[in-house]
Design a protein around this ligand. Structure first.
Ligand code: ADP
Ligand code: MG
Length: 678
C-alpha cells in the first residue's frame, strides 16, 4: 500500500466513510497520515484499582457483574465492575447497548476514560476498551485526539491511522541524509508514527520539530530558488545621482527620518544594478512611505525611465497622484504625472494610454487594472505597488515578456509583517523598515466603549465637531445583513442623521457607490463641507485628511487587529490630539485583541500579536490558497526558521536535485504557487 492510494483501499472504508473523510480533506492515505492530532490525552501509565483518583485513567483488568438495561426511554445503561489484582472499580457506559455482549468473559482489557462522580457514586464513564493482548491504540498510552466531523469520531480516525501505519510503506527519506543529520531531525517515518502514537512526550516533541522543519524548509527553499532566478534577470539600471537626491530632500517641507533616509539609500543601491530590485518597504501608517517612493520615482525619471504606481483603489490612486505631483513639482517633474483609472472618460483614458506608450507620461498612477489592461509602455523601469497586493512572479514575467527587461519593483505595505513571517514567506524580497515615526507625531487616544455608553459617545463627537474636528465612523458592512450581526454603514448613516448627530453634516461612503459619487463625498470631506463620514473600510489605506481627529469603529470585533490599527491610522495626521473609539457590540469582556489595540500603538508589535492569535493564513489571506499549509510550524520559533533558511542555502549550494525528494518538491511547488498568485 502506498501513501498516494485512496482511503477506500483501507479495510472498513466504503463510500459513506470515504465521503466523511473527504469532508476533512482526507482523500488519500497520505492525507490521512497528515491529519495530525489536534491534541493528546495521556493514558500512558496504567493505574491499579486501589490507587485510582478522579481524572483520566487507564486500568487493566477483567470484567465482572455486567448488567445492561434501559433505565427509561432513550437512556440505556451498561454497568460493570472491573477487577485487577489490587481491587475493583465501577464502570458505566451510557447508550452503548452493544457493550455487554461485546465484552468477552475472562479476557483482560485496557480501560481508558474519566473516573468521576456520577449520580452519587464514582465510576469510570463510557471508557474506551481494548483487549490487552493487542497493541493498544485507544488506551494505556498517549492517545491522539483528531479533528472530527459529523459521523466520524476521533476513535474511528485513530483506528484508520493505526491501520494505515501498519500497512503503508512510509518514505523514510524526504530530505537528504546529510541534512537530517546536521539539523538533528528524527527520520520522517519515525516522526509520522510518533506524531500519531507518541511513545513519550519527548519523542512527540522531536517528531513535531521534524515535521515543522519540513514545512518551513519547503517555504525557505521556494523563496531562495525564486531569488536565484531573479538574479538572472536583467533590469534597466538607474544611476544614482546624489545632487538630485540632495536637492529633492532639501525641497521637502520636513526633515526625513533616519529610516526614510536609509530606505531611500537602499533603493538607490538596488536600482543602480542591472538586476531587478525586489524590495518591500514596510512602515506603519503615517511613517512616510510616499516620500520614499517619490525619491525612487524621481531617480528613475531622471534616468529617462517610466514609473508605474499602483494603488489598491481609485480613491487612493487619485490622492497619491496629487501627492506625488506636489512632491515632484519642485524638481520639474509634475507634468510627468498621469492618472490612469477605470472611471476616466474614454477620451481621457485614450490620452493617458497614448502618453504611456509614447513615453510622454513618465509616472503613471493607477489601480492594479493598469497592468491588466492593455497599456503599452515606452520604457517601464520601475513599478511601485502601494498596499495590499504584492507583485507576483507571474505578473513580473508577463511584463518582462512585453518589455524585454524586468522592471525594478518596490512594494509598500502598512501591514508590518513580522520578521519571522517575512523570512519564511518573503525570503525572495529585500526589506526596508520605517520604524521611527516622523517627529511630532501624536499618540492616538484609543478607548473601548461599551454599548451602554453610546449617548455619552455621541455627546463627545458633537463637542469635537463643534471644535472644528471631523469624524470617521467605520462599519464592517455596507447594508444590513440577516446573517451577520454587525453594524452596516447604511443603517448607521440613517440613524445618526435622523437622531444623535442631527445637527452635523454627514456623508456616506462605501464600495458600492459609483466612483464619481465616492470622489464627491471624499472631496467634500477633504474640503470641510462634511463633519462626519460614515463608511466601510474603503477609507482603510492611505487616505490623508489631517483635520479628521476622531474615528469611531462600529462592531470592532469584526475586524482583524492589523486592520483596526490601519484604520486608526486615518486619524492623528495633524497636530490636534486625535481619538479612536471602538464601540463594542455587547457588554461582554472585550477580547485580548481589542485590549491590545487600546494599550499599544506600535504596528509591528500588534502584527506580531495578531500572528500569534490568528495565525498567518487569517492575516495574510494565504490560507485560502491552501498552500501556506503550516500545520505544525510555529512562526515564533525563530531558531527553527533560521535553521531552515541555512539548510535551504546549503541544499542549493550542494546542487541537490529537488526532484529526488518527491514530497519536498511538491511542497516547494505549492509555496511558489502562492508567490505566483499574488
Ligand atoms: P504612509 O507611510 O502611511 O503612506 P504618508 O507617506 O502618507 O504615510 O505620510 C503621512 C504624512 O506624513 C504625510 O502628510 C507626509 O507629508 C508626512 N511626512 C512624511 N515624512 C515625514 C517626515 N519625515 N516628517 C514629517 N512629516 C512627514
Ligand atoms: Mg501610503
Amino acid at each position: 500500500m502506498n501513501v498516494s492510494d485512496p482511503v477506500v483501499s483501507l479495510t472498513g472504508v466504503g463510500p459513506a466513510l470515504e465521503a466523511k473523510l473527504a469532508q476533512l480533506s482526507i482523500v488519500s492515505i497520505g492525507d490521512l497520515l497528515m491529519h495530525w492530532p489536534r491534541k493528546y490525552e495521556d493514558y500512558s501509565s496504567v493505574t491499579l484499582a486501589t490507587n485510582i483518583q478522579p481524572g483520566l485513567v487507564t486500568l487493566c483488568g477483567w470484567f465482572e457483574q455486567i448488567s445492561s438495561r434501559y433505565v427509561r426511554r432513550g437512556m440505556h445503561v451498561t454497568q460493570a465492575v472491573l477487577r485487577d489484582a489490587s481491587g475493583a472499580v465501577n464502570v458505566v457506559w451510557f447508550n452503548q447497548p452493544y457493550r455487554a455482549a461485546a465484552i468477552k468473559p475472562g479476557k483482560t482489557y485496557y480501560v481508558a476514560g474519566e473516573y468521576k462522580l456520577q449520580s452519587g457514586r464514582f465510576a469510570v464513564l463510557s471508557p474506551a476498551l481494548e483487549q490487552a493482548d493487542s497493541l493498544p491504540l485507544h488506551s494505556a498510552r498517549i492517545v491522539p485526539i483528531y479533528r472530527e466531523t459529523k459521523g466520524l469520531t476521533s476513535k474511528q480516525i485513530r483506528e484508520l491511522v493505526g491501520q494505515a501505519l501498519e500497512r503503508v510503506a512510509l518514505p523514510s527519506i524526504t530530505l537528504p541524509q546529510w541534512l537530517t543529520a546536521e539539523a538533528k531531525l528524527l527520520p520522517h517515518d519515525v516522526a509520522t508514527k510518533e506524531l500519531h502514537f507518541p511513545t513519550s512526550a519527548e519523542q512527540l516533541n522531536l517528531a513535531r520539530r521534524r515535521m515543522a522543519f519540513e514545512e518551513v524548509f519547503a517555504l525557505s527553499l521556494a523563496s531562495q530558488l525564486i531569488r536565484r532566478e531573479q538574479r538572472l534577470e536583467k533590469a534597466l539600471p538607474v544611476p544614482f545621482k546624489p545632487p538630485l537626491a540632495k536637492r529633492f530632500v532639501e525641497s521637502l517641507p520636513f526633515t526625513l527620518t533616519n529610516d526614510q533616509r536609509a530606505a531611500a539609500w537602499q533603493i538607490y543601491q538596488d536600482m543602480a544594478k542591472d538586476q531587478p530590485m525586489n524590495r518591500l518597504l514596510e512602515g506603519d501608517v503615517g511613517s512616510g512611505k510616499t516620500a520614499v517612493a517619490a525619491m525612487a520615482a524621481l531617480m528613475a525619471l531622471a534616468a529617462g525611465h517610466q514609473v508605474a504606481y499602483l494603488a489598491p483603489t481609485e480613491l487612493l490612486a487619485r490622492q497619491q497622484a496629487d501627492s506625488l505631483t506636489k512632491l515632484l513639482a519642485t524638481q520639474g517633474y509634475d507634468h510627468a504625472v498621469t492618472l490612469l483609472v477605470g472611471s476616466l472618460k474614454p477620451a481621457q483614458k485614450k490620452r493617458a494610454q497614448d502618453a504611456a506608450k509614447s513615453g510622454q507620461a513618465g509616472l503613471v498612477v493607477g489601480t492594479h487594472a493598469l497592468l491588466q489592461e492593455k497599456v503599452d509602455w515606452h520604457r517601464l523601469g520601475l513599478i511601485i505597488v502601494d498596499e495590499q497586493h504584492r507583485f507576483g512572479v507571474a505578473q513580473r514575467q508577463a511584463l518582462m515578456k512585453k518589455a524585454g527587461h524586468m522592471p525594478h519593483v518596490l512594494s509598500l505595505t502598512a501591514t508590518p509583517i513580522p520578521r519571522s513571517l517575512a523570512l519564511t514567506l518573503y525570503g525572495e524580497l529585500d526589506l526596508s523598515l520605517l520604524k521611527t515615526k516622523p517627529a511630532g507625531r501624536q499618540t492616538i487616544i484609543t478607548e473601548l466603549v461599551s454599548p451602554n455608553s453610546t449617548q455619552k459617545l455621541y455627546d463627545t463627537l458633537l463637542q469635537q465637531i463643534d471644535a472644528g474636528g471631523q469624524v470617521y465612523v467605520v462599519c464592517p458592512l455596507i447594508t444590513d445583513s440577516t446573517l451577520l450581526q454587525a453594524e452596516s454603514a447604511e443603517a448607521v448613516y440613517d440613524k445618526l442623521r435622523k437622531g444623535p448627530l442631527k445637527s452635523a453634516r454627514i456623508g456616506l461612503l462605501h464600495g458600492k457607490l459609483k466612483a464619481v459619487d465616492k470622489q464627491a463625498v471624499m472631496a467634500d470631506f477633504v474640503a470641510g463641507k462634511l463633519d462626519v463620514i460614515v463608511s466601510t473600510t474603503v477609507i482603510e489605506v492611505g487616505v490623508d485628511v489631517p483635520n479628521a481627529t476622531t474615528m469611531v469603529i462600529m462592531s470592532p470585533e469584526r475586524f482583524g487587529l492589523a486592520q483596526l490599527h490601519q484604520l486608526r491610522g486615518r486619524v492623528g495626521r495633524g497636530i490636534v490630539q486625535s481619538y479612536c473609539y471602538l464601540l463594542l457590540s455587547d457588554s461582554k469582556a472585550p477580547s485580548r485583541r481589542l485590549r491590545a489595540l487600546e494599550s499599544s500603538s506600535d504596528g509591528f508589535r500588534l502584527s506580531e500579536l495578531d500572528l500569534e492569535i490568528r495565525g498567518p493564513g487569517a492575516i495574510y489571506g494565504y490560507a485560502q490558497h491552501g498552500a501556506l499549509d503550516l500545520r505544525l510550524a510555529n512562526l515564533s520559533d525563530t531558531a527553527l526558521i533560521a535553521l531552515a533558511q541555512k539548510m535551504a542555502t546549503k541544499f542549493i549550494e550542494k546542487k541537490e536535485v529537488l526532484l529526488q525528494y518527491e514530497s519536498l518538491a511538491a511542497n516547494v511547488r505549492a509555496a511558489q504557487a502562492v508567490t505566483n498568485l499574488n
